[in-house]
Design a protein around this ligand. Structure first.
Ligand SMILES: NC(=O)c1ccc[n+]([C@@H]2O[C@H](COP(=O)([O-])OP(=O)(O)OC[C@H]3O[C@@H](n4cnc5c(N)ncnc54)[C@H](OP(=O)(O)O)[C@@H]3O)[C@@H](O)[C@H]2O)c1
Length: 161
């Protein structure tokens, strides 16, 4: 099973603000949907609550330490190992937030990172990546239009073994 992380970052590695995304970028959301459809996805409890519902067509696994926690349409996991043991299929996607990305980074083999070339006010950040340990597989410029105001690029990296 390949463990992949998928994230969008601003110019300073910011990923969140007040338990929400610092930007609106529908094209990135559509890209995430396309890439993760049919796969298992792992989310932190705060990220899950920020989204507010399970992502359709995917096995949603929500990490929490609260044994009483319930989220309709989701599987609940209480540790990294527990979350991974509930995954099915060839590739699993770690969807954040910050706490989750940091803990899974040592196990992450593939990184789908949307780099938005603009600064945002953030209170959550993606960990600093040592790109000498990663090989870029692809990069594609995102379309800028009236609904997607920024310059942004979809990168895919693979950890060098
Ligand atoms: N830009 C992006 O691509 C992107 C993607 C995702 C999220 N975000 C942003 O990131 C922010 C949320 O990130 P965050 O770091 O605050 O929270 P988070 O990582 O989404 O969730 C943290 C929670 O996950 C649970 N948890 C963490 N590690 C665990 C473990 N090892 N075992 C069991 N449970 C564990 C705990 O839940 P309990 O407290 O219930 O125990 C913890 O409070 C939001 O602003 C969101 O919009 C951005």
């Amino acid at each position: 099973m390949i463990i992949s992380a998928m994230v969008a970052v601003g110019e300073n590695n910011e990923i969140g603000k007040d338990n929400d995304l610092p930007w609106r970028l529908p094209n990135d959301w559509a890209y995430l949907r396309r890439v993760t459809m049919g796969h298992s996805i792992i989310l932190g409890r705060k990220n899950y609550e920020s989204i507010g519902k399970p992502l359709d067509g995917r096995k949603n696994i929500v990490l929490t330490t609260n044994k009483d926690y319930k989220a309709e349409g989701c599987h609940i996991a209480y540790s990294i190992e527990d979350a991974l043991s509930k995954c099915e299929g060839e590739e699993v996607f770690i969807l954040g937030g910050e706490e989750i990305y940091r803990q899974f980074l040592p196990y992450t083999q593939k990184l789908y990172i949307t780099k938005i070339h603009a600064p945002f006010d953030g209170d959550r950040f993606f960990p600093t990546i040592d790109y000498s340990l990663w090989k870029e597989l692809s990069v594609e410029k995102g379309i800028k239009d009236e609904k997607n105001h920024y310059d942004y690029y979809f990168h895919v990296f693979e950890k060098i073994k």
